[in-house]
Design a protein around this ligand. Structure first.
Ligand SMILES: Cc1cc2nc3c(=O)[nH]c(=O)nc-3n(C[C@H](O)[C@H](O)[C@H](O)COP(=O)(O)OP(=O)(O)OC[C@H]3O[C@@H](n4cnc5c(N)ncnc54)[C@H](O)[C@@H]3O)c2cc1C
Length: 498
């Protein structure tokens, strides 16, 4: 029986990205996927600067951006597609070092991720292989799979279920879902322009038509995404018929200028798993949370999950931390994911609210208003998160060092890093031992190297900041003599084996 460090169930965008991260960290990885080939149709279409930082670690961020579109504004519009309210979207490179938000085509994105993953010879991909059962023991997990009628058994120190909304792994762990009671069915259509027409290319719209709420999103190279709410009494199969679909698409496109890729009714749910880990088995991505797609954040939430867990698994597998480090995964990610779900539900309510207003009913939004800023991770940090620096991704400048321009993430690479403008750091022996254990990079930043001044506010507040391998700021110190104390605190926070 072949042994692995990490087994991943599911080769969707979340499982494949995790495989790439763990493979590049040098671990022996197994992926089991019941289907063959990337998802043939798009579901996710939108990604952000933070996720692009993760994709950059797989060497594909530039490719993703080159093959994406950006939108400048999102409208809430009426039944005649006239904007009622507009949200301006920042375009161009953001403080993340990448565009704030880009629209990709999922089969293409999955192809980029897979090419990167499959270039690593320590990752075994078993497609057409279904995980049928597993047994968790104190040493690791035994996996029983089936491939074309053949039984296959593997052993892995850890199993991560990235197996989507109806996750087999989550069900086997007997984990309950907290349900936000948001259950709607929407017809999702993808079309491609066959000729250039006059249609908004950089503006998306949530159509607040009480007779049929909908969504229009222009993707890259003529890819168009439409979503239409299934109304009471409608039959899914009938709604999916080409004739009906073209009727719905009429305000934008027709059969002479576009071709239909697919139209399918999806059930949108909002829920979150109550437990993200049992023993050596964890869940991530849609297996751990689901949300309606109004904010385009489902996949992104999963990419954040695996960016968080990958470096912790790495420390564990390298025997630098004890198993308790895995407890920090749910603590850090659960409330963030729950907040994201609440935001997407709120957008759904805003659409419903505008629809009600169009019918002359009173509009009373429930819950908090739409806010595009993600909140801090609530633990795994050192300083005060209200500083807007701690617990969020560190801004990414392109630093000019020795006449060479280099993105901060590529200098930090896969480790912790101290960023400071001071060159003499007088560390305690204990702090030095932790620096050695974790290979913490000590990076001196001269303000002249940061020409866009992306780290300016960071250094106005702190003499030094400590950045985690997921590029979240662990904390900062206002007095450089406190740096050792901050480094030493990593021992308890992440159960280090010092
Ligand atoms: C209409 C729509 C629009 C969306 N738009 C966006 C968007 O713009 N941005 C965004 O971020 N998100 C969006 N999402 C959400 C996004 O698509 C999902 O969050 C994302 O695909 C989840 O990825 P995943 O890898 O966790 O799961 P999946 O993509 O579902 O992959 C799970 C994989 O596990 C495999 N699997 C399952 N069980 C087993 C088993 N027992 N053995 C082996 N393999 C197994 C499956 O075959 C599958 O390949 C949208 C979703 C929908 C429906």
């Amino acid at each position: 029986m072949e042994h692995f460090d990490i087994a991943i169930c599911g080769y969707g965008p979340v499982g494949s990205t995790l495989a790439g991260l763990m493979g590049k960290l040098g671990h022996k990885v197994l992926v089991v996927e019941k289907n063959i080939g990337p998802s043939p149709t798009a579901r996710a279409i939108n990604t952000d600067g933070e996720q692009l930082r993760t994709f950059d670690r797989l060497g594909i961020a530039e490719k993703v951006v080159e093959n994406s579109a950006e939108i400048q504004r999102v409208h809430f519009g009426d039944a005649n597609l006239k904007p009622i309210q507009t949200i301006e979207q920042p375009v161009g490179v953001s403080a993340m070092g990448w565009p704030n938000q880009v629209l990709f085509y999922q089969p293409e994105l999955e192809g980029f991720i897979r090419t990167s993953v499959e270039s690593e010879n320590n990752i075994l991909i078993k497609e057409g292989t279904e995980l049928l059962s597993f047994e968790d023991t104190s040493e690791g997990v035994y996996l029983n799979c089936k491939n074309s009628g053949r039984d296959l058994t593997f052993f892995s120190k850890y199993l991560i279920g990235c197996d989507g909304a109806s996750s087999f792994v989550r069900r086997e762990l007997d984990v309950d879902l907290e349900d936000f009671e948001y259950n709607q069915e929407w017809l999702v259509c993808d079309a491609h322009l066959t000729e250039k027409i006059n249609i908004p290319e950089k503006e998306a719209m949530q159509v607040c038509d009480p007779k049929r709420p909908g969504t229009y999103v222009p993707g890259r190279r003529g890819h168009l995404r439409f979503e239409f709410k299934k109304m009471p009494g409608e039959d899914s199969k009938e709604l999916e018929e080409d004739e009906n679909v073209w009727k719905l698409l009429k305000p934008w496109i027709n059969e002479n200028n576009a071709k239909l890729e697919r139209a399918q009714v999806y059930s949108f749910h909002a829920c979150i798993a109550e437990t993200w880990r049992k023993g050596n088995v964890l869940i991530a991505g849609d297996a751990a949370h689901q949300m309606p797609p109004f904010m385009g954040a489902g996949m992104g939430t999963g990419i954040r999950d695996i960016t968080n867990i990958s470096w912790k698994l790495d420390l564990l597998l390298k025997n630098k931390a004890s198993k308790e480090i895995l407890d920090t995964y749910q603590k850090e990610r659960h409330s963030h994911a729950k907040w994201t779900i609440a935001q997407t539900v709120t957008i759904g309510q805003v659409i419903e609210g505008f629809c009600a207003a169009a019918e002359g009913k009173e509009y009373e939004p429930k819950g908090p208003s739409y806010d595009v800023n993600f909140p801090h991770i609530p633990s795994g940090i050192y300083s005060d998160p209200t500083d807007m620096i701690t617990g969020v991704p560190i801004p990414q400048p392109v630093l000019t060092k020795n006449n060479k321009k280099e993105m901060l993430d590529r200098i930090i690479d896969e480790t912790f890093a101290v960023l400071t403008q001071q060159s003499n750091l007088d560390l305690t022996d204990k702090a030095k031992a932790i620096v050695d254990l974790l290979d913490i990079k000590l990076i001196t930043v001269d303000p002249r190297e940061d020409s866009e001044e992306r780290l300016k506010t960071v250094f106005e507040k702190y003499k030094a900041v400590l950045v985690r391998p997921d590029k979240y700021t662990y904390g900062g110190v206002e007095d450089i003599s406190s740096l050792s104390k901050m480094i030493e605190s990593l021992e308890k926070e992440f159960s280090l084996k010092t």
